[in-house]
Design a protein around this ligand. Structure first.
Ligand code: NAP
Length: 416
């Protein structure tokens, strides 16, 4: 926590001005108090003051207009109403959720959905009731020229397009390389040529110590995005990644499988020791928005989220069922890892995330005031997590208000 004098020094603004801004922009700054009643400012207060300084000093806006601007920017610190976004893979599970969330919460100027299949785009257009803020562009990330054209006039890019089915990538390895690696390079090139401000690419837990081609191509893509900043030169385009694991409840994930098996009286578990992180699509979108807010280029943003044991999930969904253990599948991991050992060395705890800083950066870095460096040997895995979902938590999430109608919670032996 910072004293007012430190905030003043940090921003190069007199203490009296900070006091004045504190009064005028009270809704955006909320300092704590010491026992003696002294104000202490957090990092987000400091960030809010930096934005106020930019609007009042930089853009020379009157106080009322600056206040209005800050309101529009909302909690992400970005005025999305002024941004044109392009999302590759916009018709996928993440892409659709991202579009819905952004249109509802932030109403950007436009979102360009970039993907190959016209049917998926048509269905999405119908689902979104022909929302005029959405533009549908047919294109392949393998096609550099098309990407370049699609990014004209765009401010921010989310790169979500990928081939992501593990067996499909193994059976069609060249295709996985073309989409996930060459596609990533094309997105980087087009973004730099188009003068895009910020690009966030979606990574996955499978990129950590990869055991299959999908993971290996995503690791390569992560490296291209974290180091792609080196090519931006005077254009100033910045690239970063967000990384998370399986989205709970998404197609093919374990919850729909358990729910389908429940009426048969038997459910299948690969290994009773298995653990997973718990992330929802909302949280995945919010992580991308936080990435846009804080990125300086080259970071991998990882959410700090709870873990769950698969046996607890089974007990929450189908306590009455018998469990068949079918053994771990090819390429499946017992626990999810979101950081590799080498990455842990560059990891910081910051604003509800772990941020892996780039190993090499030649561009300016000045954010992350107060970020906590993680100790040597740090790794973030679903089995070593400090935060866990209980059977009751899981049941509440899966069944909501109906949780009480389900059979009583069965006690589960802890297996680690
Ligand atoms: N789902 C998860 O649990 C999860 C977890 C961690 C990370 N991720 C990452 O999150 C991202 C999005 O995943 P998702 O679950 O939304 O995937 P998804 O539902 O399979 O959607 C993939 C999207 O990419 C598009 N696409 C595929 N190949 C393309 C190409 N060559 N050019 C342009 N567009 C292409 C697809 O549309 P068309 O087929 O019409 O082109 C679709 O819109 C991926 O990068 C994935 O690695 C996912």
């Amino acid at each position: 926590m910072l004293r007012i004098k430190q905030v003043s020094e940090e921003l190069g603004v007199p203490v009296s001005t900070i006091r004045f801004w504190q009064k005028e922009f009270a809704e955006f700054v909320s300092p704590g108090r010491t026992d003696g009643g002294q104000r202490r400012y957090s990092e987000s207060d400091l960030a809010a003051f930096a934005q106020i300084k930019q609007l009042v000093y930089g853009k020379k806006l009157p106080i009322d207009t600056a206040r209005q601007r800050l309101k529009q920017k909302g909690s992400t610190g970005i005025d999305w109403s002024q941004q044109v976004i392009l999302i590759t893979g916009g018709t996928g599970s993440f892409g659709k959720h991202f579009c819905r969330y952004m249109l509802d919460q932030y109403s950007p100027k436009a979102i360009r959905v970039y993907s190959r299949d016209e049917l998926k785009q048509h269905e999405m257009r119908m689902e979104f009731q022909d929302d005029q803020r959405l533009r549908f562009l047919i294109g392949d990330v393998r096609d550099a020229d098309r990407l370049r054209r699609a990014m004209e006039g765009v401010d921010m890019v989310v790169h979500a397009a990928a081939l992501k089915q593990v067996p499909a990538c193994e059976y069609n390895p060249f295709e996985a390389v073309k989409t996930n690696i060459h596609g990533a390079q094309n997105v980087i090139d087009a973004a730099i040529d188009g003068g895009i401000k910020k690009v966030i690419a979606l990574s996955t837990d499978k990129a950590v110590n990869p055991v299959n081609l999908y993971g290996a191509t995503k690791l390569c893509s992560d490296k291209l995005f974290t180091q792609g900043n080196a090519y931006a030169g005077g254009k100033g385009t910045r690239f970063a990644c967000v990384r998370y694991g399986n989205v709970i409840g998404s197609r093919g994930s374990v919850i729909p499988v358990f729910l389908k098996q429940k009426p048969t009286g038997r459910i299948t578990i690969t290994d009773q020791r298995m653990t997973r992180f718990w992330i929802t699509l909302d949280q995945a979108v919010e992580l991308v928005l936080k990435g846009f807010q804080y990125m300086e280029g080259g970071e991998i943003f990882i959410p700090r989220i709870p873990s769950m044991r698969i046996v607890d999930l089974a007990a929450a969904i189908a306590p009455e069922c018998k469990i068949d253990h079918i053994g771990i599948r090819e390429g499946e991991k017992l626990h999810e890892s979101l950081t590799g050992e080498d990455e842990g060395r560059h990891a910081y705890k910051y604003k509800g995330m772990y941020v892996i800083m780039p190993s090499y950066s030649w561009w300016q870095r000045k954010n992350y005031v107060g970020a906590e460096k993680m100790p040597d040997g740090f790794i973030y895995t679903s089995d070593s997590n400090e935060e866990w979902m209980s059977v009751e938590d899981l049941r509440q999430i899966v069944f909501g208000s109906k949780a009480a109608e389900i059979a009583p919670v069965r006690k589960v032996a802890r297996v680690r």
